[in-house]
Design a protein around this ligand. Structure first.
Ligand code: ADP
Length: 230
């Protein structure tokens, strides 16, 4: 028993150290992300420079996402009490990913209900959930498609958000593995297999749910529910 206690303490200590290192990585990473975005907005770049800067931007974005995932696990749950407007967060995420969608000729169609109540969750966590799902949707569509974003009242005291893509779809035998850590069908260096796992953990922590509906060759819908704030 004592040994177990000592072990737990060591793990907690390790967790804190990891959180510290990851936290330190966050700032330089966001500088790289915004600097590369600014370069990409310039006109007259050679194809080579554009492609290389684009790759730096993508990888830095991925790293930034990964560090956020680690931070969520290592940080202690706060006192809570924060209330969030899902539409507002969705808009921020879209502002961030619109360029990526445009580049791939993906149309974004929004059907947001602006009379929705606030939900009981931290905006940053909701943002992370939306970024994970919208990035996956964009990647599933490749170089053309439609991304639908809907928000509405859900069953009982919930707010519902649906993210639908017209991408490749997910075969039935894979669906059950989606939320397993490190499960990915993307090539090395492209996917970590942590996005949906982190998403599910975040939703569990706030009493939300996630469900997936998909048809191969047609597309995928992720349906989320969030508990309404008191
Ligand atoms: P990653 O994106 O790093 O692979 P995720 O946990 O976010 O990790 O996703 C796991 C897998 O689920 C992906 O590799 C992909 O096969 C599948 N997936 C997730 N979202 C979609 C989607 N919208 N359309 C098709 N497949 C998807």
């Amino acid at each position: 028993m004592l040994e177990l206690l000592a072990f737990n303490e060591k793990m907690a200590e390790l967790g804190k150290m990891a959180a510290g290192v990851v936290h330190e990585l966050n700032t330089p990473l966001s500088v790289i992300v915004s600097a590369t975005q600014m370069i990409l907005r310039e006109e007259g770049l050679s194809d080579f420079v554009r492609e290389m800067v684009d790759r730096i931007n993508l990888e830095a974005n991925r790293l930034a996402e990964l560090t956020k995932g680690v931070l969520t696990f290592t940080r202690r749950e706060g006192g809570g009490g924060e209330e969030t407007d899902v539409n507002q967060v969705m808009r921020e995420v879209l502002a961030f990913l619109r360029y990526e969608a445009q580049k791939r000729s993906i149309a974004i169609l929004e059907d947001l209900d602006f009379r929705l109540p606030y939900i009981a969750a931290e905006a940053n966590r909701i943002k992370q959930i939306f970024i994970n799902l919208v990035m996956n949707a964009i990647q599933a569509m490749g170089h053309s498609g439609k991304l639908f974003l809907r928000s509405s009242r859900g069953p009982e005291s919930t707010v519902m958000v649906q993210i639908t893509d017209t991408g490749m779809g997910i075969p039935a035998e894979i669906v059950e593995h989606l939320f397993t850590p490190f499960f990915t069908t993307k090539g090395p260096g492209e996917g970590t297999g942590l996005g949906l796992y982190v998403t599910k953990r975040l939703l569990d922590a706030i009493g939300g749910t996630i469900a997936v509906q998909s048809a191969v060759g047609e597309g995928t819908t992720f349906t989320l529910t969030f508990p309404v704030a008191e």
